[in-house]
Design a protein around this ligand. Structure first.
Ligand code: AMP
Length: 439
């Protein structure tokens, strides 16, 4: 489908061509016609999907018709996103007379006031706190606003902007079009959405390019040979519902499933060597709560669609950042309550760093108190391959050198990663969310 078929006016099509776009992305194809018709929208699409153009183009089309005033408002969580959206909007609007402005905190307010009071803008991209400040100083009026966009709405809520959003909603004209983009729908946002949107169309396109906001991520550094022990500890210390444990190989999946079973967990395994009926049974058992843990390989995970996975645990760090995003996308689907833990051996550190670069942020390192990270490292049993040791000792919790926690915890602990912060017994929500910040 070409852009021309979407119903956009000619000057905007020129702007799109000048931006170098050939064909609309899926979200643009699905969202633009409906927005042009004036419908409200909830879109679960993320950065990288082309969502900015999906709302900016039809909003600009609407603003092209009618008088010059502040009629379009885009609210975003951060100044970076504000600047990005503004740049995109200016690009698409370059063959029109529409004026686009931006306002965010952390910089002087006066130039923004001059911009708004002078010639004014048709479309304003703003962070909620600064917008309210401007409104408080009577530098911006909302009475002509006819279209509102909440972009990355869950991040706004995450950053503590829910009360500001509600205040802004109260100040805006009731008769307007509202578009909301959000990767997840936390309860607070649901409330905002209930107030802000009328019978919205819903578009759910969450590509595996960035992680879903609301998923709490943590990395547990641990020597490779202690991964099963650490996983066992994490499972015991954390309250979890249904869990998917990811491993790299089919063989590894079977082995880990056996080891976990021997330690008293209810487990099913899912991988390419399983028959269709075995796979279906594994998924059914997980869905119905007959098993708590599903040990799966990446390939097998593609079709998994279980709503209330509370935790995803990467027993092995995935090969690629895309696989990581895909894996952790299994949790936090319905609500923003998913946790994603990754067990990282020293050999996997670079892979984790690659994931962090891809995500554009670091993931908190977590260390379990009382867990003996130094166990067996100093003196591996001579002549015994790691796999054999694993097989031999897996589940042999009574007796033997592996067994008792009390024995191991009495030894001095040697953290796998010196920078890892320690914390209380239940792994704290490894939360790198920012505290409330007025922008
Ligand atoms: P977004 O998801 O809005 O952050 O967009 C991601 C990137 O895709 C941006 O660099 C856009 O310029 C680009 N983009 C958006 N729509 C298209 C399209 N239809 N064709 C090619 N690139 C696009």
């Amino acid at each position: 489908m070409p852009f021309a078929a979407l119903g956009l006016p000619a000057p905007l099509l020129r702007g799109v061509r000048a931006a170098g776009y050939q064909t609309p992305t899926p979200i643009q194809q699905r969202a633009i016609p409906g927005i042009l018709e004036g419908k409200d929208l909830v879109g679960a699409a993320q950065t990288g999907s082309g969502k900015t153009a999906a709302f900016v183009l039809p909003v600009l089309a609407r603003l092209l018709e009618g008088f010059h005033a502040l009629r379009g408002l885009v609210l975003v969580p951060t100044r970076e996103l504000a600047a990005q959206v503004e740049t995109a909007a200016r690009d698409y609007a370059r063959y029109t007379k529409l004026r686009v402005g931006v306002a965010y905190g952390g910089v002087r307010i006066e130039p923004q006031e001059r911009m708004l009071r002078g010639d004014g803008v048709d479309l304003l991209v703003a962070t909620p706190g600064r917008l309210l400040d401007l409104h408080g100083r009577q530098s911006v009026a909302f009475e002509d606003i006819e279209v509102l966009v909440l972009d990355e709405a869950d991040r706004m809520v995450d950053m503590g902007f829910a009360p500001d959003l509600q205040r802004i909603l109260r100040l805006l004209p009731k008769k307007r079009q509202t578009l909301m983009f959000s990767a997840t729908m936390p309860p607070e946002l649901n409330k905002v959405a209930g107030q802000a949107l009328i019978d919205p169309m819903r578009i759910d396109l969450a590509p595996a390019t960035r992680t879903v906001a609301g998923i709490t991520q943590a990395v547990y550094p641990v020597p490779k040979h202690l991964k099963t022990d650490l996983l066992d500890e994490v499972l015991k210390r954390t309250s979890m519902g249904s869990v998917i444990v990811f491993v790299r190989t089919k063989h590894g999946a079977d082995r880990l499933a056996r080891q976990l079973e021997r330690r008293g967990h209810s487990v099913a395994a899912l991988h390419g060597n399983r028959t269709q009926s075995q796979r279906e049974r594994a998924l059914r058992d997980l869905k119905r709560g007959r098993v708590q843990l599903l040990v799966a390989t990446d390939i097998a995970s593609r079709g998994i669609d279980v709503d209330d996975i509370t935790h995803v645990i990467n027993f092995d760090v995935p090969h690629t950042p895309e696989d990581y995003v895909h894996r952790i996308g299994r949790t936090g689907r319905a609500e923003a309550t998913g946790d994603a833990f990754t067990l990282m051996s020293p050999e996997e550190r670079r892979d984790v760093e690659g994931i962090e670069r891809f995500l554009g942020r670091s993931i908190l390192r977590v260390q379990i108190p009382d867990f003996d990270y130094g166990r067996r490292q100093a003196a591996p049993e001579p002549g015994m391959h790691f796999r054999e040791r694993e097989r031999e000792s897996g589940g042999a919790r009574s007796g033997g050198s592996r067994g008792g926690r009390s024995e191991s915890s009495s030894r001095p602990s040697a953290p796998a990663a010196p920078q890892a912060p320690s914390h209380g017994r239940r792994p704290a929500k490894a939360d790198d969310r920012r505290s409330r910040r007025r922008m």
